[in-house]
Every structure is written in structure tokens, then in C-alpha cells.
Ligand binder design. Structure first.
Ligand code: CTP
Length: 475
């Protein structure tokens, strides 16, 4: 058996010795399997989640391991699934008895029976996730790879141990996982697998929205998210998950006038922004920044293709989309809405950068001006090098102006220089509509540059405005 490969160095963490001892005591074989082995072999760092398969009772093994550990961690048992979990120091270990599974048509929950290690590996999603390392003393570190997972890791292939039609139909979440792994790892999905995903695409409906969104987040947080979205589109899954994006696909031509394909443009923007930010929600904003373009698209003989008001419509669509996908309707959603709503603002002012336009931009974007500029810079996808340079230079000018204007006018986190209290005292009036009108006029005058953002100037302006409204200053 000289050609059997060993990876003892993968099992350096002391927990593996403890598991090994416990297994000897219970006289059973056990293996570490799945993500831990895959990520070790890919040198993606050492995973903190360890999955152990026991040929026998996973729950009994977990309990024994806990007894042998100095801190005797609590063992959480999930009887229905025959699994047990414990946390010790920095790691989380899940134990399961080797099993074979069969699935019914309408559910992801399988019928489970005890099985051999190979049967257990067989029921897993991908060959690269079915690799197992022996943890039992005699064979410590020996790899068990009946489906060619090592070879697939080398050739960067996502492949299922079983007929892919069965693997994906059994658990349709795996369709998302295949695409997510392809995106994260830069792997190719085997052709037969791609066809099976296309065939089973509508089974994605039985998967909970939360799990789908988890996978979408992982795709979005990859280095090149477009890989995943192209695969989702190609297989037809995207129509079930984000039809708003599919609606952006295609180029129309009337009287020789064409618009760009907003789907592929969007994906370029997402890839661009991913070079500059790891903020998940800003990446979501990039993904959704143009979704209002499908419902607002019009052709006019005079001006060609237009998408009037697409930012406003798009920001409304963000709410519906988040709601449909059961994503939290919280500040993150509001942030994405704001980015979509304001996504054209810096572009509009970039061709002629005035102080007042910059002040208004900074005022409206509030705390998120940096994120908005990052989005707009990512939005430059022209293939014309002259234009590319020109647009980037325009944004540089906007950024410079922002710094100048901010140093002078402190518009960011704007606080009214004259308070409502002061207005009431000056004119001896009670809370009323006039106070709002005066405050708004002061803000407008500052943003326009008619008065500086200072108390005394704003106070003089307030008196003038109050008198215009028929108020008199108290002596
Ligand atoms: N698995 C599976 N089908 C699924 C989910 C998981 O077959 N739908 C198997 C795979 O063998 C996988 C293991 O269970 O490797 C552990 O799953 P999980 O912890 O969800 O994923 P990892 O592969 O560890 O990777 P990641 O943490 O990136 O999701």
C-alpha cells in the first residue's frame, strides 16, 4: 500500500489526537471530511470547522471526545440528524455517523440509514468535498479518495460523486453551492453537472430564501463575482432568484441606435467594485444599481434610448427584492437603496463641477459619500481608453472639490447653524410652520453658496427671511 498518500501534517491540531484516542476506545474508525480537507489541500488556511464521520455512532464519539478534553465541552446532540457538535477553544467539531441517504421529491430532508464510509462520501455534493483523512491511530492522516477528488482539485473541476442529476435533484441547494465554489475557487463546473443544474433549475424553489441568500453573499464576496452570476444566468437559476437582473440582459436596436447590455455592464461594475471594497452591501448596491433600467427603458427619435428616473424606480425595487428574498429590511437595505437612488449624481456633476453641486452631493450622501464615489468609479466600464481616462479624471476633480468644500463649509454631518429654539426666541413665536421654512431657507442658502455655513451669517439671513414672512424681531 505504498502509493496511499498521507497528510499527517493536516492533522496537527491537538483535537485530532483526542479524537483518535476516543475512536480507539470505542473501537470505531473515523475520518475528517469535507471543507477542512479541501481547504487544507488548497492551502486556503486551516478551517475552524471540522466535520468528523464515524463508522458507528457519531454521538457516542462526540461524548467520548468531550470526556477526554481538559475543558469537557458541552456536547450538543441533534438526535433527528444523528449528529453532535462541540466547541473547544477556537474550533467547532461536528460528528456524524457514516450514512447513506435517499431523498423524496418534495423535500431536502433525506431518509437516512447507517452506511459505510464510501456510502457516506457518495452522498456528498462534490468530489472535492468528499475527500476524507483517516483519524484513527493506525492509519492517521491517510487519505481516502474513491471518487478522484484529489485529481479534481488539481484540475480545478467541480464534479459530483454520483450522477449529477441525482445529486442536484436530491438537494437543489447544491446547484448554488456548485456555482459558489466555482466562483470562490476559480474552478470549472463539469459540463454534465452544468447540464444537470439547467435541467433541475426549478427545484431551487424548495430551498429556503435564507440559504439561497447565504450562497449569493458568498458569490458576491468572491474576488470575481461575475463568474457566479454568469453561471447563474447560463443555467437559468437567476430567473428564479433575481429576475430583475435577467431583465437587464440584451441589446435593443431601433433606427441604428443601440444601448449597452446592462446585465453584462452590471457584472463588470460588480467586478470593478470588488477590487476596491469588501463591503458586502456596497457590492449589493453595485449589483442592483441599474435594475430600474428595464422598466424605464424608452426609445425616442430625438434622443435615442433613455432610462429616465431609473434610479428612483430602482431604489423602490430594492425594497421589494429584499422582501422577496427575506433579507433584513434594515439600515443595510436603506444603504443599498440610497446608493441606487444616488448612483448617477456624481456622474451628472462630473462634467461641470460647481461648488454648490458638490455641496449638495455631500449633503445628500451624508456619511456614505465615499461609498457613493467608489460605486460611481466602478461604474466606468467604457472600453474607449480616452473616455476612460477622462471620466476618471472628472471624478478626481469631484473628489478634490469635495475636500476643498468640506474644509471650508463642513457640509458633511450638516448641523443647522441656527437652531429652531433660536428662531422662536428671536421672533417670539411658538413652534410653527415658519420655523421649518426658515431652517430650510438657511440650508438652501448654504448649499447654494449664498452664505457661509456659520452662525452669524445664518443669523442675519434668518432675520431677513423671517421679516419676509411677516415676522418681527423681539427687542
Ligand atoms: N455537504 C453536501 N451537501 C450540501 C452541504 C454540505 O454534501 N448541501 C457536505 C459536503 O461534503 C461539505 C460538508 O457537507 O463539504 C460540510 O458542509 P459545509 O460545512 O456546509 O460546507 P464546507 O464544504 O465546509 O464549505 P463552506 O464552509 O465553504 O460552506
Amino acid at each position: 500500500m505504498s502509493d496511499v498518500k498521507h497528510y499527517k501534517e493536516a492533522l496537527q491540531h491537538p483535537i485530532f489526537n483526542t479524537i483518535s484516542k476516543a475512536a480507539t476506545h470505542l473501537q470505531l474508525d473515523c475520518y475528517v471530511i469535507g471543507g477542512f480537507v479541501r481547504d487544507y489541500l488548497l492551502q486556503r488556511g486551516t478551517a475552524k470547522d471540522i466535520d468528523i464521520v464515524a463508522v458507528g455512532s457519531g454521538i457516542a464519539l462526540a461524548k467520548k471526545v468531550s470526556k477526554l478534553l481538559p475543558d469537557n465541552p458541552k456536547v450538543q446532540v441533534f438526535k433527528t440528524y444523528g449528529t453532535a457538535m462541540l466547541k473547544t477553544n477556537d474550533i467547532e467539531v461536528e460528528f456524524v455517523g457514516a450514512r447513506k441517504e435517499s431523498y423524496s421529491e418534495h423535500s431536502r430532508n433525506p431518509i437516512v440509514e447507517d452506511g459505510t464510509l464510501e456510502e457516506d462520501q457518495n452522498r456528498r455534493d462534490f468530489t472535492i468535498n468528499a475527500l476524507a483523512l483517516h483519524v484513527s491511530t493506525d492509519n492517521f492522516g491517510e487519505i481516502v479518495d474513491p471518487f478522484g477528488g484529489l485529481e479534481d482539485l488539481k484540475s480545478k473541476i467541480i464534479r459530483t460523486p454520483l450522477d449529477p442529476d441525482i445529486t442536484y435533484s436530491d438537494d437543489p441547494l447544491r446547484m448554488m453551492r456548485a456555482i459558489r465554489f466555482a466562483t470562490q475557487l476559480g474552478f470549472k463546473i463539469e459540463e454534465k453537472s452544468l447540464q444537470a443544474i439547467t435541467k433541475n433549475k426549478d427545484r431551487i424553489k424548495i430551498i429556503t430564501k435564507e440559504r439561497i441568500v447565504d450562497e449569493l453573499h458568498k458569490i458576491l464576496l468572491s474576488n470575481t463575482p461575475s463568474i457566479g452570476f454568469k453561471l447563474l444566468e447560463k443555467t437559468g437559476l437567476l430567473s428564479f432568484i433575481l429576475p430583475e437582473l435577467v431583465a437587464l440582459k440584451g441589446i435593443d436596436e431601433i433606427e441604428g441606435q443601440r444601448h449597452k447590455d446592462n446585465f453584462y455592464h452590471t457584472l463588470e461594475v460588480v467586478d470593478n467594485i470588488s477590487e476596491n471594497t469588501d463591503d458586502l452591501w456596497l457590492r449589493w448596491a453595485a449589483l442592483l444599481h441599474d435594475i430600474g433600467k428595464a422598466p424605464t427603458k424608452k426609445f425616442s427619435k430625438k434622443v435615442g434610448w433613455t432610462f429616465h428616473g431609473h434610479e428612483f424606480i430602482g431604489s423602490k425595487m430594492v425594497f421589494k427584492l429584499f422582501k422577496r428574498l427575506k433579507m433584513p429590511l434594515n439600515d443595510k437595505m436603506k444603504f443599498v437603496q440610497k446608493m441606487v437612488l444616488m448612483s448617477s449624481r456624481p456622474i451628472v456633476i462630473a462634467s461641470e463641477v460647481t461648488d454648490s453641486a458638490v455641496r449638495r452631493l455631500v449633503f445628500d450622501a451624508g456619511d456614505y459619500i465615499e461609498e457613493l464615489m467608489t460605486l460611481c468609479e466602478a461604474d466606468i466600464t467604457t472600453k474607449n481608453p480616452k473616455k476612460f481616462k477622462k471620466y476618471h479624471n472628472n471624478f478626481k476633480t469631484v473628489r478634490q472639490k469635495m475636500v476643498e468644500v468640506e474644509a471650508r463649509d463642513h457640509i458633511r454631518n450638516f448641523q443647522p447653524p441656527v437652531t429652531g429654539e433660536e428662531i422662536m426666541q428671536t421672533f417670539n413665536i411658538k413652534p410653527s410652520r415658519e420655523i421649518g421654512i426658515i431652517k430650510e431657507a438657511i440650508k438652501e442658502a448654504i448649499l447654494e453658496g449664498d452664505i457661509p455655513n456659520e452662525h452669524d451669517a445664518a443669523f442675519t439671513f434668518m432675520i431677513k427671511k423671517g421679516e419676509e414672512l411677516g415676522l418681527t424681531v423681539m427687542n
